[in-house]
Design a protein. Sequence first.
Length: 258
Amino acid sequence: MKQPLVIKVGGALLESSEGQQALFQTIAKLVSLKINVVLVHGGGCLVEQWLAATSQNSEKLDGLRVTPKSQIELVSGALAGAANKKLVASAKANGLNTVGLSLADGDMVTTTYLDPRLGQVGHCQVNERGLLVSLLASGYVPVISSIGDDGQGELLNVNADQAAQVIAQLLNGKLILLSDVPGVLDSDKQLIRTLTPQLATQLVADKVIVGGMKVKVDTAFATAKALGDSIVIASWQEPQHLLALIEGGSCGTLTQAP
């Protein structure tokens, strides 16, 4: 099996039918080139909407969503239910043969509690790749939500960037983190083409890289170190650049292995 692409998309994609169409048509081209693709997604925007509709508070800690036990069913319903199936349906409409999954399926990962302050938030590790390998060999594009379980019947919310990292490790895949910005930006809002650990440390200290982007950058470096490969942070609004990437071109910000 060729090195698959593990593409992580943020929840903002759910609100753009044009963005979904462009991304899935690009993925269809990749599949036609015999490149296996796995999509891992978040859905923060949808979770925010559902929490607001039920008059529940939303809180984040260091860029991660605090998920009390009273909210985990709503969060999992939004991510593993509505968001996942919306993306599956959109992918199908654009010619892809998809299967909607969560981290809890196929014993692909093991998930443990990350921090008591975060509630039902988990950290996952690689476990069993058989299901994904079988699906990819059969021509499917797995679409995976970031909801896992603790092995004892409790659901856990996993940061989607971190979930994508583990799926990339599981498959020895190329990790591409897509969001609604073109990549990592400097203090002048200019794209940084190549991000070294040293530069990232400085930008974090200067509070240029903060919140969700800091989680994304930390994930990228952790995965780059684990796989010995560079990681891409780019925009789902320019998915055509993925085709250039597989031909040796550039796309977004390239984070070098430490």
